[in-house]
Design a binder for this molecule. Structure first.
Ligand code: PMP
Length: 398
């Protein structure tokens, strides 16, 4: 028997499987709300003007593509620190942050996971229940035992904060807690600054390791507003991890632009941490790619382009909020007499709609409206042309 003949077929990725099903659906009215991607009101994936302008600049002064340093483009890493911690913040100017360019937000999480596993091999990892699908798989593959803390409260359409905080307060010292910095995926519910203060208190008193996943900075209430949670952690005097993704905020999904930042106790500690992060990168893929990070660095470090980006990002954020309001209105107009105001309290791309698996299945098979079985729909894929149809379809399966 050959080695490979024993390989078992892996299960299909549930969301990619939905996309395949969607592509094969011949219903002309079909709508794909299963994806985690922002589409504009025309139903198209945007190419941001600031990205085009940066690429234009790059084309006008073309550069040879040598290897980047292991930790990526220095100007990019600096720009990430500025965005996450504030360019003039004491932790950045004091050299306490170790930042590396990563292959998307996923790459940032993976580098952090591998680094933590070497440092703390017996630690448990806690993720929210539910969480982004890949959190569990990624930390499990890095060798961790992954558990959950309560998060979604289906009955009250919100967050089971009492459950969450009780679990954190009971966690063993050294437990790694993965927290969604903003725009929780998949539920859309974010905790308040007061609740963050309690989480921080639990992290501090239990000696937990906070790993903030920031994949949607700017999609909730604004760049600074969404980043405020980082300042709360800094002010508490904690050391922590932050993964950054620009996939959504720059609509650069395929360029794989992200980062990992680790806030350390001192500059000297940050230097040691950086040296270890570089080993993780070196032994995985040697060094990161050039294009996407150069685009993002150019935009963030050029005042006019940065202003353009902030405006375009605000445009995406506002359109999503409009779609939330419109969905509630259209559902009411379609005759749904449930309190659906929770949809407008949620943040970011997703809404946990409260629809059941059989209802989601009927939406797909009878109406060509594709969401995830959990009831998660992508609000960022709604637009002025498909929203009425989606609302009417939901009314019919309720
Ligand atoms: N974390 C969360 C919560 C996400 O939703 C995503 C993207 N869906 C990521 C991380 C990964 O981002 P990227 O595509 O940049 O790897």
């Amino acid at each position: 028997m050959s080695l490979l003949s024993a390989v078992e077929m892996a299960p299909r990725d549930p969301i990619l499987g939905l996309n395949e099903q969607f592509a094969a659906d011949t219903n002309p009215a079909k709508v794909n709300l299963g994806v985690g991607v922002y589409y504009d009101d025309e139903g198209k994936l945007p190419l941001l003007k600031c990205v085009r302008a940066a690429e234009q600049q790059m084309m006008e002064a073309p550069k040879a593509r040598g290897y980047l340093p292991i930790d990526g483009i220095a100007a990019y890493d600096k720009a990430v620190q500025g965005l996450v911690f504030g360019a003039d913040s004491a932790v950045v100017t004091g050299g306490r942050v170790a930042t590396v360019q990563a292959i998307g937000g996923t790459g940032g999480l993976k580098i952090g996971a591998d680094f933590l596993k070497r440092l703390s091999p017996d630690a448990q990892v806690l993720i929210s229940d539910p969480s982004w699908e890949n959190h569990r798989a990624l930390f499990t593959n890095a060798g961790f035992n992954v558990g959950t803390y309560p998060y979604y409260d289906a009955e009250n359409k919100g967050i089971n904060f009492a459950g969450m905080i009780a679990t954190l307060r009971a966690a063993a010292p050294g437990t790694v807690v993965v927290l969604h910095a903003c725009c929780h995926n998949p539920t859309g519910y974010d905790i308040t600054p007061e609740q963050w203060a309690q989480v921080i208190d639990a992290v501090k008193s239990q000696g937990l390791v906070a790993f903030l996943d920031m994949a949607y900075q700017g999609f909730g209430n604004g760049i600074a507003e969404d980043g405020a949670v980082i300042q709360q952690f800094v002010d508490a005097g904690l050391d922590f991890f932050v993964s950054t993704s620009f996939s959504k905020s720059f609509s650069l999904y395929g360029e794989r632009v992200g980062a990992l930042s680790v806030l350390c106790a001192s500059k000297e500690e940050a230097t040691r941490v950086l040296s270890q992060l570089k080993i993780v990168i070196r032994t995985n893929y040697s060094n990161p790619p050039t294009h996407g990070a150069q685009v993002v660095a150019t935009v963030l470090n050029t005042p006019e382009l940065r202003a353009m980006w902030e405006e375009e990002l605000a445009g995406m954020r506002v359109r999503i909020k409009q779609m939330r309001v419109a969905l509630v209105e259209k559902l009411a107009a379609a005759g749904v007499d449930l309190d659906l105001s929770f949809i407008t309290r949620q943040q970011g791309m997703f809404s946990y709609s409260g629809l059941t698996k059989p209802q989601m299945e009927r939406l797909r098979s009878e109406f060509g409206v594709y969401g995830v079985d959990s009831g998660r729909i992508c609000v960022a894929a709604l637009n002025s042309r498909n929203i009425e149809y989606v609302a009417a379809s939901i009314k019919k399966v309720l």
